[in-house]
Design a protein around this ligand. Structure first.
Ligand SMILES: [Zn+2]
Ligand SMILES: [Zn+2]
Length: 263
């Protein structure tokens, strides 16, 4: 007879993660995160530290190495990429620790489409660590305000949550920076990026966004705009232009992961 206990960890295998958008699922996910002992989200072994990844899985994550100083597009040598040289973005820089490759893509899909909050928390903690390292090494200073990329209300209603807000809340806690989700809003419900061609994605206009009811907080502020993944960068560029138009002093982009521009 097999007397060994089943391994209990916060994985997607739980049936509570099989559907999208239900409050009960999110409450249970949050409760399991608080109550169950830490286990690695990728292999199920004991995580041991303050993050739900074991040391081996954390070391195996695909890190972004040499990249463009502005848009963080992977490059063979440090510097500024041709695209940024020909058309300077309105944001100052992109902070992003990881590449959107296995298993980062798996964790992000669990977080975004299956509501696994623990996966979102782990990725947000990795971004917070990256930011702390950058600050400690004198490469950047912390911004004054975090702004999550807004979802159109219809999309937020369908998905049940805005992944950028979840990431922003975690970063706010880890780094002790204020955040505001009502400073800017999305007024055009654009189709999901993965359903658009590259040309269509590049045409997202800054009129897709407008000042929210707390836009006065933007005046003179150094802002970090927070999103999950960067693909073409057209959404964050449109939003960054809108934030600058509303009086922001500077805008930088914080992301969990990015795809190489050529992919
Ligand atoms: Zn592991
Ligand atoms: Zn660039």
């Amino acid at each position: 007879m097999n007397t060994s206990k089943p391994v209990l960890h916060r994985s997607l295998k739980s049936p509570i993660y099989t559907d999208n958008g239900f409050a009960l699922k999110r409450i249970l996910a949050a409760a399991s995160y608080k109550l169950l002992p830490g286990a690695c989200l990728l292999c199920g072994l004991s995580a041991g530290g303050d993050i739900d990844l074991c040391g081996a899985c954390e070391r195996s994550l695909p890190r972004l190495d040499k990249h463009c100083d502005i848009c963080a597009n992977p490059l063979n040598c440090p510097g500024i990429c041709g695209r940024c040289l020909s058309q300077r973005p309105s944001f100052s820089t992109v902070q992003v620790p990881l590449l959107y490759q296995y298993p980062v893509d798996l964790l992000l899909q669990r977080f975004k489409f299956s509501g696994q909050l623990a996966a979102g928390k782990v990725l947000s903690q990795l971004l917070a660590r990256h930011i702390k390292q950058q600050v400690d090494s004198g490469k950047c200073t912390l911004p004054e305000l975090l702004i999550p990329v807004p979802l159109h209300w219809k999309k937020r209603f369908t998905r049940g949550f805005n992944q950028s807000e979840v990431i922003t809340r975690e970063l706010s806690r880890e780094l002790d920076i204020k955040y505001c989700r009502q400073a800017i809003k999305r007024v055009v419900n654009t189709p999901p990026q993965h359903k658009l061609s590259r040309k269509e994605r590049q045409r997202i206009p800054h009129s897709a966004f407008a000042a929210g009811r707390k836009s006065r907080l933007l005046h003179g502020a150094r802002i970090a705009l927070v999103d999950d993944v960067l693909t073409t960068g057209s959404t964050v560029e449109a939003l960054s232009r809108c934030l600058m138009k509303e009086g922001a002093k500077s805008v930088e982009i914080w992301l969990l992961a990015r795809t190489p521009l050529d992919n």
